[in-house]
Write a new protein. Structure first.
Length: 145
């Protein structure tokens, strides 16, 4: 059974929180922060494409809702204490989340990391997500996803 890390979410949202795409993506982050992976993937398209930088644990492509569920479950299980601080931005058709995560891993090591996650949403479903390790670079331009 996956341990239940202590989680805290601090959304600070420069994007309009009434924007349904922004709200949908932030709801997924809140679900992840409380360990509800089923809710975190509920609004993913069945054939969603999620790409993580190769230098991150389990980096690479994860295709399909089940693959993303497995990835997020493994990611969540790495933490004994996690602080999740997503900040949403709208960049053209994309929703960009600058995600600051920090806390303690299950091996006792501390981790403090900020990435930019670029989401493409169509008809109320996330169809693509690409993580980037340089949030400033993403925010300087309009990401293509």
């Amino acid at each position: 059974m996956t341990p239940s890390p202590a989680h805290r979410a601090h959304p600070a949202n420069p994007a309009d929180p009434a924007d349904p795409d922004v709200a949908l993506v932030l709801a997924a982050y809140a679900a992840y922060a409380r360990g509800d992976i089923d809710a975190a993937v509920a609004d993913l398209h069945p054939d969603v494409a999620r790409v993580e930088p190769e230098e991150l644990p389990d980096g690479g492509a994860h295709t399909g809702r089940d693959a993303v569920h497995a990835y997020l479950s493994a990611s969540y299980a790495m933490w004994s204490e996690l602080h999740s601080e997503p900040t949403a931005y709208r960049r053209g058709a994309d929703v960009v989340i600058v995600h600051h995560v920090h806390g303690t891993l299950t091996d006792g090591d501390a981790l403090d990391l900020t990435v930019a996650d670029v989401f493409t949403v169509h008809d109320g479903r996330v169809v693509a997500m690409h993580a980037r390790t340089d949030p400033a670079e993403v925010l300087r331009g309009t990401p293509s996803g």
